[in-house]
Design a protein around this ligand. Structure first.
Ligand SMILES: Nc1ncnc2c1ncn2[C@@H]1O[C@H](COP(=O)(O)OP(=O)(O)OP(=O)(O)O)[C@@H](O)[C@H]1O
Ligand SMILES: [Mg+2]
Length: 498
């Protein structure tokens, strides 16, 4: 940024290998003090790895990191935290059974004469919640709060530890548009206070809106750097993938609508712990259509999935499912969809057979099919799923569920954490499946995604569909009409005008 500022962080020639695979390959760049510096790149490009080195989770094989011109070598996150560095991870690390307060002080419990002292820390935490308008209650149990609130707890943790350098690894992929705006406000406030921010994202518009400078990683190398003031988004997207994007949605949409109803919720009511989660929910999905449910997380999305899967049976109303099996991409890919210690092939085979029969040939077959078709980038084929980058894990679960060939598919945030090019690929597959007469329910907080893919849209608010639209309502003559429609939907997602 400005020439009178010195770098807060300098990466010098950082290399990191996993076995024979090079995840970071001689990366050098600087992050200016008090700047918002974005890092972008394809899934598996090495972004999280580099940040984990900075945060002391991994150590590099070679190269140096300088913080405020001093060479540092952190051997654990505790070292990084002591140096006022904080990291918000791609996967949250909260204890669900603990309260907000307990999660925040965990690991840095204030003690006086060996006794945990909480009066003062409660005050500090309440002060931080207030100052940054985080909208949290310290005594809320983490298992009862929404994803965006969980993220705020993670942010609170960083603030409580006085982090001056904040690393955010894909913070917005789990947020709805309104929540993204709130998050941006918080980040801007951090900048106003002099903090330095590193932001990893796949969303080009966020880079444009928020950052001062951008670095692009591709296949472990730094390939491009630019100040936001001279940023050209087409050029940026070319640098990310190394060529001009070619993925396109299929032009033709066959018109099969309404052939056969595959999923039908009629006036479904569902209570959990005495709280109404679904409050007279009605919608249906037919073969040959994509039905998109958009809403802010926590308005009944998970209960819809639980009702479909049959794990939550205590509802009233009528629920019809006309399919033997349902493909599901869940919201929490590692927690609900996969066994993280298993390889790609094992995870795919596991879904076909209830127990894993060790058949190495089948495992290899399945994994090479998914890896090739869905362009999964990983260090080696037998690597456990947990070692794959976030977006690559997502591609595996998406590919696995599509390949099952079920006629009803439920896709929750199908492109969460997936890079631009692979998202376009996933969109194409979804439309192709729809054209093959599959019925597809998409639940997503990404409005652009819902508009692009859906034949019909339902806005979910407080456990019911508060408005429903069909394709002609969101086929736009121009950008202004689209903006107006998106604002309207965005408002109904938070209950305005419903
Ligand atoms: N612990 C590990 N063991 C083996 N391979 C790993 C490990 N961690 C990362 N990798 C590999 O290093 C590469 C880079 O991973 P990284 O998580 O840094 O990617 P990323 O740029 O953050 O991608 P995404 O956008 O999907 O989050 C990936 O191909 C991944 O498979
Ligand atoms: Mg990552």
């Amino acid at each position: 940024m400005k020439s009178d500022k010195y770098p807060a962080i300098e990466f010098r020639n950082i290399t990191k290998k996993f076995g024979s695979f090079t995840a970071n390959d001689g990366i050098s760049f600087s992050v200016n003090e008090n700047a918002i510096h974005s890092i972008i790149g394809e899934n598996g490009a090495g972004k999280s790895t580099l940040m984990k080195i900075l945060f002391g989770i991994y150590s590099s094989d070679s190269g140096d990191i300088l913080i405020k011109r001093k060479s540092v070598k952190f051997s654990s996150p505790l070292d990084a935290i002591k140096n006022n560095i904080g990291m918000l991870h791609q996967h949250f690390e909260l204890i669900e059974d603990f309260t907000v307060f307990e999660n925040v002080i965990l690991g840095s419990e204030p003690a006086k004469n060996g006794i945990i002292e909480t009066v003062n820390s409660r005050k500090i935490i309440a002060g931080l919640i207030d100052k940054y308008k985080l909208g949290l209650e310290p005594e809320d149990k983490v298992s009862d709060i929404s994803i965006s609130q969980k993220q705020k707890v993670e942010i609170l943790k960083l603030l409580y530890r006085n982090s001056e350098i904040l690393i955010f690894d894909e913070p917005t992929s789990v947020l709805s548009p309104v929540e993204v705006d709130e998050f941006f406000k918080i980040v801007r406030k951090f900048k106003d206070e002099g903090k330095t921010i590193i932001l990893i994202t796949h969303k080009l518009n966020e880079i444009k809106e928020l950052s001062d400078r951008v670095s692009v990683l591709r296949k472990g190398k730094l390939v491009y750097e630019v100040d936001a003031s001279s940023l050209d988004l087409n050029e940026l997207s070319r640098e990310i993938i190394g060529h001009v994007a070619t993925e396109k949605l299929p032009d033709e949409r066959t018109n099969n609508n309404g052939k056969e109803t595959l999923l039908w919720f009629e006036n479904i009511k569902l209570k959990k712990d005495n709280v109404e989660k679904l409050c007279g929910l009605t919608f249906s999905v037919s073969s040959g259509e994509v039905y998109g449910i958009c809403g802010v997380e926590g308005n009944g999305q998970s209960e819809i999935v639980e009702a479909i899967l049959g794990s939550e049976k205590h509802h009233s109303g009528k629920l019809e499912i006309n399919a033997d099996n349902v493909s599901l991409v869940p919201d929490d890919r590692i927690g609900k969809g996969m066994i993280k210690e298993f390889s790609v092939g094992e995870n795919v085979l596991l879904r076909e057979k209830k127990e894993l029969i060790y058949d190495n040939k089948k495992i290899r077959d399945r994994s090479s099919k998914i890896i090739t078709k869905y362009d999964v980038r990983l260090s080696d084929e037998s690597a456990p799923l947990e070692s794959l980058s976030g977006g690559n894990q997502q591609k595996v679960i998406f590919g696995r569920e599509i390949e099952l060939g079920n006629k009803l598919m439920v896709l929750v945030h199908p492109t969460r954490g997936v890079d631009i090019n692979s998202s376009a690929f996933i969109y194409r597959i979804i439309i192709e499946e729809r054209n093959k007469d599959k019925g597809i329910l998409i639940i997503s907080s990404d409005l652009e995604e819902i508009l692009k893919l859906s034949d019909r849209i339902g806005v979910l608010y407080k456990g019911k569909i508060v408005s429903e639209y069909s394709k002609q309502d969101f086929t736009f003559s121009g950008e202004d009409a689209k903006k107006e429609f998106m604002t309207k939907i965005g408002k109904s997602m938070i209950g305005v005008g419903v």
